[in-house]
Design a protein around this ligand. Structure first.
Ligand SMILES: Nc1nc2c(ncn2[C@@H]2O[C@H](COP(=O)(O)OP(=O)(O)O)[C@@H](O)[C@H]2O)c(=O)[nH]1
Ligand SMILES: [Mg+2]
Length: 317
């Protein structure tokens, strides 16, 4: 399966919740009235899109219906798809860090896929011939360092590791020195994910950020929160908590190949104003891609990719 097919498969559950619900509304109503909008609202909220995104999308739909003098409920389907795409658009500057000497801090709770994402991203950047240094600043588990070492070997990125139990901030200090000495393009920092103690976490992130600010002020900064898409509302809650303690610049949604609650991608974007920049659909290096709103919404509604004809999606049914 290619990336898009994995995404189509992973969004199956979301599709069952949202798309079939929407379609029965489009078919069931003969006119566009308040009840019609109310039922749509319910389906979108139940599908994990969240209150904010749902209101934004429906406001946009209502405006378009008025402007285009639409009378048929069925005609709203395409408009709604367009609205969701517009909601998810992430703008031109999302990957600006690739054009600078940059530091990418990767944060998130245990098990969401931080280390795996760093490995995949390192592989992608190396394939573009970028020089990559990775800081193993999750020093709480020896296994974390080992796992990262494998990914670093695979992608031929340089790993700056801390001893188990060593101070994460000192690993960051060493990694910044190494990145500068070797004129690295991107320094990625893997961190430990212990959200249960917010005060400690905040303190640790603050210390690491302070070192980067002081030792590497010229670096372009990116802070990605990694979230497990199968956890739905929990992921949204985690994003909010990290948003309180760090200046998040982007979201990575992993495990979109599983029983992903894909609607959460829309909710996070709308409620935090932070774009989803990458999505993961598996455990290999090819299973991470930049987020593409068109692909995402096409996968959700099981439509073909915009740049291809139809066979790709329908083959997998
Ligand atoms: N199916 C699937 N598994 C993933 C994905 N990303 C990470 N994983 C798996 O999730 C588990 C935890 O990943 P890890 O990177 O160690 O999480 P961390 O604790 O945040 O560093 C590992 O078994 C990964 O292989 C993904 O996109 N899809
Ligand atoms: Mg890890």
């Amino acid at each position: 399966m290619g990336f898009f097919e994995k995404l189509v498969a992973g969004l199956g559950k979301t599709r069952d919740n949202i798309v079939s619900g929407m379609d029965s509304i489009f078919h069931g109503f003969s006119r566009i009235d308040d009840d019609f909008y109310e039922e749509l609202e319910e389906v979108l909220i139940m599908g994990d899109l969240g209150v904010q995104a749902t209101y934004d999308i429906l406001d946009d739909l209502k405006a378009k219906v008025k402007e285009k003098h639409i009378k048929e409920p069925m005609e709203c389907r395409e408009l709604l798809i367009e609205s969701i795409k517009e909601q998810m658009d992430i703008g031109e500057t999302a990957y600006e860090f690739e054009n600078h000497t940059s530091v990418v801090m990767v944060i998130g709770v245990n098990g969401v896929g931080k280390t795996t994402t760093i490995g995949k991203l390192a592989g992608k950047l190396r394939a573009e011939d970028k020089k990559v240094v990775i800081a193993a600043a999750d020093t709480f588990r020896a296994a974390a360092g080992e796992q990262l070492k494998e990914w670093a070997n695979r992608s031929q990125a340089e790993l700056i590791g801390g001893q188990e139990g060593s101070d994460p901030a000192s690993v960051v200090f060493d990694a910044v020195a190494a990145a500068k000495a070797r004129h690295a393009d991107v320094l990625m920092i893997d961190t430990a994910g212990r959200l249960h103690n917010k005060k400690n976490l905040m303190e640790e992130l603050r210390k690491m950020n302070k070192i980067i600010d002081r030792e590497f002020p010229e670096a372009y900064r990116e802070t990605l929160v990694v979230l497990d898409a199968t956890t739905g509302q929990n992921a949204l809650q985690q994003a909010k908590e990290f948003n309180d303690v760090a200046e998040i610049t982007g979201i990575v949604l992993t495990k979109m190949d599983g029983t992903a609650k894909g609607g959460i991608a829309v909710a996070i974007h709308a409620e935090l104003g932070v774009p989803v920049k990458y999505i993961g659909v598996g455990e290999t290096i090819d299973d991470l891609q930049k987020f593409d709103a068109d692909d995402f919404v096409n996968a959700l509604f099981e439509r073909p990719k915009d740049d291809e004809t139809s066979e790709e999606v329908s083959e997998n049914k």
